[in-house]
Write a protein that binds this ligand. Structure first.
Ligand SMILES: NC(=O)c1ccc[n+]([C@@H]2O[C@H](COP(=O)([O-])OP(=O)(O)OC[C@H]3O[C@@H](n4cnc5c(N)ncnc54)[C@H](OP(=O)(O)O)[C@@H]3O)[C@@H](O)[C@H]2O)c1
Length: 304
C-alpha cells in the first residue's frame, strides 16, 4: 500500500533534443560512408564494364572512355553530399537549422552582455592607463605647437648666448603672439634672459636633474615632457634656441619666422626650412628705418 513509487528516468527536453540530433548526425554519417563505399564499388564496376565486358567500348567523349565522365559526375555528387553533411548540415532539416541559429543568437547576446559588464568594471582602470591617455591625447590633439624665431639669411640666431640684433617691432610681435601662453626653451636660452618674461609660463628643458629655476618656472628633462606640461595651452610656443629648434621642428605644427635680410657670424643657428614639409602662408616685409638697422620679413609656415 505504501510501496515506493517507481522512478522514471528524468531527462530534460533539451537533453532529449541533443540525443535525437546526435542520432540524426550518426545516421547521416553512416549514409555518407555507404555512399563512399558504393562510389568505390560503382567506379570499379564502370571501369570493368568498359574494359573487361567491353560495354560501350567504341563510345568515347573528347577522345576519353565514357566511364571516366561517369565517375567524375558521380564524384561531383559525392562531394556535394560531403558538403551538405559537414558544411551546410542540410539533411538536418529546416527546423533544426532555425533552432541552431536561435541558439547561436542567444549565445552571442549573452557574450555581448558579459563583455559589457566586464568593460564597465575595467573602465576606470582603462581611463587611468598610460596607453589610453596617450591615444586620447593623439585623438584630441587640438593644440598648435608653434616655433617662433628670428633668423638671418644664413639662419644665424645667436652668438655668445645673446641675440645678434635689436629689432623692436620683432620683439613687439614676439610679445603679442606669446602673451598668456606657455613658452618652451632650452636651458641656455633661459639663462640668456635677465629675468623671466611677464605673463607667460616658462618651461625650461635641461638634462640636469637638480637644475634650480625661479618660482613659477617649470623645469623638465625632455622636449616631450615640456609639451605635456603645456598640454592645457591651445598654442604653446617653442622659443629656442638652436638645439631645441632642431628637435622641435620635427613635431611642430607652425613656424612664426622673422627673417632678417642679412648674414651674420654666429654660434647658434636655426635649421633649414624644408619646403616639401612646410608651406608659406603669410609674408610681410618690414623695411629698414631709424629704429631698425636691418630689413626683415614676418613669415608664417604651416605643416603641409
Ligand atoms: N633669434 C632667436 O629667435 C633666438 C631665440 C632663442 C634663442 N636664441 C639664441 O640661441 C642661442 C642658444 O641656443 P643653444 O642652441 O646654444 O641652446 P638652447 O637650445 O637654448 O639650450 C640648449 C640646452 O638645452 C638642454 N637640452 C637640449 N636638448 C635637450 C633634450 N633633448 N633633453 C634635455 N635637455 C635638452 C641642454 O641643457 P643642459 O646643458 O642644462 O642639459 C642644452 O645644453 C643663444 O645665443 C640665444 O640668444 C635666439
Amino acid at each position: 500500500m505504501f510501496g515506493k513509487k517507481k522512478e522514471s528516468p528524468q531527462i530534460d527536453k533539451e537533453q532529449l533534443e541533443l540525443i535525437q540530433n546526435a542520432q540524426k548526425r550518426i545516421k547521416q554519417k553512416k549514409r555518407l560512408y555507404i555512399h563512399f563505399v558504393l562510389f568505390l564499388i560503382g567506379s570499379l564496376f564502370l571501369i570493368l564494364a568498359n574494359t573487361v565486358l567491353e560495354i560501350g567500348k567504341n563510345f568515347t567523349l573528347f577522345g576519353k572512355e565514357w566511364f571516366l565522365f561517369a565517375i567524375l559526375i558521380w564524384l561531383f555528387f559525392f562531394i556535394y553530399h560531403i558538403f551538405n553533411v559537414f558544411v551546410t548540415h542540410k539533411f538536418m532539416g529546416k527546423v533544426w537549422e532555425q533552432k541552431q541559429l536561435d541558439k547561436l543568437m542567444v549565445q552571442q547576446k549573452l557574450r555581448i552582455e558579459q563583455l559589457k559588464n566586464e568593460l564597465k568594471k575595467e573602465a576606470p582602470h582603462i581611463a587611468e592607463s598610460e596607453h589610453y591617455n596617450e591615444s586620447l591625447n593623439k585623438k584630441e590633439k587640438t593644440s598648435e605647437l608653434t616655433v617662433i624665431v628670428a633668423a638671418a639669411e644664413n639662419n644665424a640666431i645667436g652668438k655668445d648666448n645673446k641675440l645678434i640684433w635689436h629689432l623692436s617691432d620683432d620683439l613687439k610681435r614676439f610679445k603679442s603672439l606669446t602673451n598668456g601662453h606657455h613658452i618652451i626653451m632650452g636651458r641656455k636660452t633661459f639663462e640668456s634672459f635677465p629675468k623671466p618674461l611677464p605673463n607667460r609660463t616658462h618651461i625650461v628643458i635641461t638634462r640636469q636633474s637638480d637644475y634650480k629655476a625661479p618660482e613659477g618656472v617649470i623645469v623638465v628633462n625632455s622636449l616631450e615632457d615640456a609639451i605635456s606640461a603645456a598640454k592645457s595651452d591651445p598654442q604653446p610656443f617653442i622659443i629656442g634656441g638652436g638645439e631645441i629648434y632642431k628637435q622641435a621642428l620635427l613635431i611642430a605644427d607652425k613656424i612664426e619666422l622673422t627673417r632678417v635680410h642679412e648674414n651674420f657670424e654666429a654660434d647658434a643657428f636655426f635649421p633649414e626650412i624644408d619646403t616639401s614639409t612646410w608651406k608659406e602662408t603669410s609674408n610681410t616685409l618690414h623695411s629698414k628705418d631709424e629704429n631698425h638697422n636691418y630689413e626683415f620679413s614676418f613669415l608664417t609656415y604651416e605643416r603641409k
